[in-house]
Design a protein around this ligand. Structure first.
Ligand SMILES: [Zn+2]
Length: 425
């Protein structure tokens, strides 16, 4: 394999040449770096370029007992890329990454994080890389997250929303006030959705402020604030300050405390548009998470205009996917329940893949969503204190397509595998 050979050659060269110095480097705020090419830099660039070309979202450098392992996360799955890097070279690489990010190279016992930007494949566009260094029992583990990889930054039309959900989401985002919540676990794509919404609203006539931890993507025209717990500038402090910043739209990633939730609710009630992500499994559950945080039902009903729940699954390669029918009694049939029809065709990935999908059977990722429109009867029901089960039933009657139903439609259309959908729901 060519990439492997190139990697081995670069490791050898870096090991020979990287004795002593770390090479000179000029750091240009914010986080951009330019440096003299050394074999060690070339090695790092090579790994980053390989990750970028493979459409990886993260690069993991893992110190294990038997040596350093480098894995990439591609389409949500970890894949082994490189193995075999001498320890002394890895130590230098860790120091190099720390210098680029402006971290303390002497600190090896505590986690640190930072970021830098990098011209991928020598292209003009620069790639933002978020860095996390954490001590493990065998040494420091580095995770590099490639932020504005072409796949991760999308417009509203590219979020895989059904036509009905797209229409409703757009209507909710452009409304004059109220709060839109984006719900999901880690890696469910909710931040991508938040940025897509903000990008759509990003115009000269509107003051948009975001409070984030961390700022994942930079968007020109939006006032992005990075909170910093180390200096007591947390979400609550940032939100207090923002209230005096004459904003039209406020975005928060993500709601973690009752105090933050209360402040956002009151902003939404004073005629502002508020967008926030929250770590909950789905739309209806989000309402009850906020109630558990102590938000009064009538305030919540008045402030929240909609909640979108979402998950990410692997997108089937449209070229080599294979049709099949779910057998009676199979896990799929069980999952489909009343919707099961033995004639219905679904699709699964071809194990060997094809050149189009780089022989993986999958091509990127796809979101499944549900959008709870909290107005009219549903808002009244929340204000009156209905149970989660009752609210879910009312939402269904009002026409909400659940994540499960949205996923099943997408599976029938050949976009995703039913077996993966039932795994995540
Ligand atoms: Zn394929």
């Amino acid at each position: 394999m060519k990439t492997m050979e190139q990697y081995a050659r670069l490791v050898d060269r870096a090991r020979e040449k990287a004795s002593g110095t770390l090479g000179s480097m000029v750091r240009e705020p914010p986080g951009a770096f330019q440096e003299e090419k050394t074999p060690l830099t070339e090695l790092l660039e090579f790994i980053l370029n390989t990750a970028y070309q493979s459409k990886a979202s993260d690069v993991h450098f893992e110190p294990l007992e038997q040596g350093i392992r480098i894995r990439l996360r591609i389409n949500g799955v970890m894949k082994l890329f490189f193995q075999g890097m001498p320890w002394e070279l890895y130590d230098k690489l860790v120091s190099r990454v720390k210098i680029i990010c402006g971290l303390d190279i002497a600190e090896k016992r505590l986690p640190q994080d930072g970021r830098f930007s990098f011209a991928a494949c020598g292209e003009g566009a620069s790639l933002d890389v978020r860095t996390s260094v954490v001590p493990t029992i065998h040494g420091e583990k580095i995770v590099l997250r490639l932020l504005n990889a072409p796949d991760s930054f999308k417009g509203l039309e590219q979020l895989d929303l059904s036509a009905g959900n797209l229409r409703l989401l757009r209507e909710k985002c452009t409304g004059s006030s109220g709060m839109l919540l984006l719900a999901g676990p880690v890696n469910s794509g909710k931040t991508t959705t938040l940025y897509a919404v903000l990008t759509m609203l990003n115009q000269e006539g509107i003051n948009i402020i975001s409070v984030e931890d961390p700022v994942e993507y930079r968007i020109e025209g939006i006032n992005q604030i990075q909170v910093n717990g180390k200096i007591n500038f947390g979400f609550a402090e940032a939100l207090h300050a923002v209230l005096r910043q004459d904003f039209d739209c406020l975005a928060v990633g993500e709601i973690r405390s009752a105090e933050a939730a209360e402040m956002l609710i009151s902003s939404a009630l004073t005629g502002r548009r508020v967008f926030a992500t929250i770590h909950t499994p789905g739309a209806v559950k989000t309402i009850y998470r906020l109630l558990d945080m102590g938000i009064k039902p009538y305030l919540l009903a008045a402030a929240v205009s909609a909640v979108m729940g979402q998950r990410l699954v692997r997108r089937l390669c449209p070229v080599c996917r294979e049709p099949y029918r779910a057998a009676p009694g199979s896990r799929e049939a069980e999952f489909l329940g009343e919707d099961y029809d033995r004639q219905q065709e679904f699709f699964r990935h071809r194990a060997k893949g094809c050149p189009h999908c780089e022989h993986t059977g999958f091509a990127g990722r796809l979101a499944v969503q549900e959008l709870l429109n909290l107005d009219g009867r549903l808002a009244e029901a929340v204000a009156a204190g209905v149970t989660a089960g009752e609210l879910a039933k009312l939402a269904e009657e009002a026409g909400m397509v659940s994540m499960r139903q949205d996923g099943i439609k997408k599976a029938a259309a050949g976009q995703l595998e039913l077996s993966e959908l039932l795994e995540i729901l």
